[in-house]
Structures are given as structure tokens and as C-alpha cells.
Design a protein around this ligand. Structure first.
Ligand code: NAP
Length: 291
């Protein structure tokens, strides 16, 4: 595949730490190339300590936009001019668009997750969801699911910073969406069993199931899994976490995080270029690169 950089090529990039494992450069550059768009996407190792200077520099050179990943999704907010409703509600930004010096922060993770369910033929509008974890991705999914019309969401996390942070966000979401959202301490196993058994979909948003925790299952009591429950995991390496493996054995439909990764990227691509990403073409390239 041939990429041409010209004097007019516009830069889009990722600011994260670590950053070298990211597949966003492959996703976006293959899509730019396919559509003959004069952009290039690079990945930069940048943590919170360098973020202020990096954003200032990208604004100065009129970079078209950038993505944020760990640990920058909340930190970046103070350097931006505007926020989309989803970014504001979730207090988390994964995509920035620069319109002639005005930096607007968006969060496409939630929309990406919802689109990945749609791609799998799953309609959870009006239904009940249980979320394991309460970090940035959980907040983004909770916001989008509530705005899209999910009826009830139960979130489980251990007590601590993530728990306290999402507790505040929940109040704001319920003011704007017709959704019941309840927060539980994961240690309360009876509640977890009860909520999962009443749910249509269970989603793991914790890193339990990926390296170095790949031997662990994010759900302690796998006996509550039943064939009608859809089980999804945001992790995509490994492609089948212990949770998904156990759920599949119980007859559940399982969905890993690759679709979310693809669709959050597609949403960001559209924000920067105004064009639809050739999603299935990009998906093919990702699969060929064995990601
Ligand atoms: P995050 O903000 O750091 O949140 C992580 C959450 O998991 C927190 O609620 C945290 O709770 C909990 N957690 C961490 N370690 C745990 C453990 N050992 N046991 C139980 N809970 C634990 O991270 P994030 O950005 O939300 O990302 C979460 C996961 O989603 C990661 O695996 C990430 O790779 C994945 N992700 C995938 C996509 C995709 O496109 N597929 C997009 C975004 C994220 P405490 O704060 O209490 O530790």
C-alpha cells in the first residue's frame, strides 16, 4: 500500500502512554488511503506531564485533530475550548477536532460500543444492562446507552475513586435521559447476582481478562450466566477473555471489544474528515494484521 505525504497533508494523531501498541494508525491511514484523503495519522507517546505542551503545539500548527487514550482522556479537558454533550456528561474525551483554532472534545467510545452491538444484531433499547467497572469507558457507555434509550443500567465497582467519580456523573445523566441507573459495590455479591439475572446484557469494562490478568474472570459467579444473556467484553486481546469463554460455554451470545474499537474510530474519522469510514474494508485490514 502506497502512502503519499505532500506539503498539504494534514496531521491527525494519538496522544497516549503507552502508544506504540495502538492500531489507530493502521485503521485511519488505511481509510485515508482508500478514500484518497490527504491526511496522515501518527501515534505519539505522551502522558499527562507532556499533555499541555503537546495540545498547545498541535493547536499552533493547526493539526486537524487528535485522539486521546490512557491516561489523558479526562486530563485533556482543561486544554480544550468546547465539549460535546457526551464528552461533558462522561467527563472524558477520546477525540478532538480543531476548527481553525477552536478545539472541541468528543467522546466516541460510547457511540462506538452501541454501534458494535448494532453490527452484531443486538437491540438493547428499552432493555436492562449491567456494567462491570466504572472507569472512563464505563462512563462513556453509560452516557450513550442512557441517551439512546436503554431502560435500566446497573454499574458495579469496588469503592474508591472510580466509584465516587461515576456516582457524580450518574446524577447528571439521569437529569438528561429517561433511564434508571444504579451503582453497587462489587463486593456485594448478592446484588451482582440479582442484577445480572435480570439483565439482557452484561458488559465487562475492567481490565480483568487481559494481560497480566488474562487467567481471571471479571464475573465471580459464572453460574448466573444463562443463554438469553448477551455477554460483551471491551477487551479484544485476547479475542476471547475468560468471561467470554465461560459465557460461550453457557450458550450466551458473546461480543468482544474489536467492534467497539472499530466503530469509535469510524465516528472520530467522520468528525475529522466529514466522510464515512469504509468500516468493512478497515475491519478486513485489521483482521489481516492479526490484531
Ligand atoms: P479506566 O478508566 O482505568 O477504568 C478501569 C475500571 O476497571 C475502573 O472502574 C477500575 O476500578 C476497574 N478495575 C481496574 N482494575 C481492576 C481489577 N483488578 N479488578 C476489578 N476492577 C478493576 O480504564 P478505561 O479507559 O475505562 O478502560 C477499561 C478497559 O476497557 C480496558 O481494558 C481498555 O483496554 C478497554 N477499552 C476498550 C475500548 C475498545 O475500543 N474496545 C475502548 C476503551 C477502553 P478502580 O478504579 O476501582 O480500580
Amino acid at each position: 500500500m502506497e502512502y503519499k505525504i505532500t506539503g498539504k497533508t494534514q496531521l491527525i494523531c494519538l496522544l497516549a502512554s503507552p502508544s506504540s501498541h495502538s492500531i489507530s494508525p493502521i485503521m485511519h491511514n488505511s481509510a485515508f488511503n482508500k478514500l484518497n484523503l490527504d491526511y496522515t495519522y501518527l501515534s505519539f507517546d505522551c502522558g499527562k506531564d507532556k499533555l499541555r505542551d503537546a495540545v498547545k503545539g498541535l493547536r499552533a500548527i493547526n493539526c486537524r485533530g487528535f485522539n486521546l487514550s490512557m491516561p489523558n482522556k479526562t486530563e485533556v479537558i482543561k486544554y480544550l475550548d468546547k465539549l460535546s454533550p457526551a464528552a461533558e456528561l462522561s467527563n472524558s474525551v477520546n477525540t478532538v477536532v480543531n476548527d481553525n483554532g477552536v478545539l472541541t472534545g468528543y467522546n466516541t467510545d460510547g457511540a462506538g460500543y452501541m454501534l458494535s452491538l448494532k453490527q452484531e444484531g443486538v437491540d438493547i433499547i428499552g432493555k436492562k444492562m449491567t456494567i462491570l467497572g466504572a472507569g472512563g469507558a464505563a462512563a462513556a457507555i453509560c452516557v450513550q446507552a442512557a441517551l439512546d434509550g436503554v431502560r435500566e443500567i446497573s454499574i458495579f465497582n469496588r469503592k474508591g475513586n472510580s466509584y465516587n467519580r461515576i456516582e457524580k456523573i450518574i446524577d447528571e445523566i439521569v437529569k438528561k435521559a429517561n433511564c434508571t441507573i444504579k451503582l453497587f459495590n462489587t463486593e456485594n455479591e448478592n446484588s451482582l447476582d440479582a442484577e445480572v439475572s435480570k439483565s439482557d446484557i452484561l458488559v465487562n469494562t475492567t481490565p480483568v481478562g487481559m494481560k497480566p490478568l488474562e487467567e481471571r474472570c471479571s464475573l465471580r459467579n459464572i453460574e448466573i450466566l444463562r443463554p438469553e444473556l448477551i455477554v460483551s467484553d471491551l477487551i479484544y486481546i485476547p479475542s476471547k477473555t475468560k468471561l467470554l469463554y465461560e459465557a460461550e460455554k453457557k450458550g450466551c451470545k458473546i461480543i468482544n471489544g474489536l467492534g467497539m474499537l472499530l466503530w469509535q474510530g469510524a465516528k472520530a474519522f467522520e468528525l475529522w474528515t466529514g466522510k464515512e469510514m469504509p468500516v468493512y474494508y478497515v475491519q478486513d485490514i485489521i483482521n489481516k494484521n492479526r490484531i
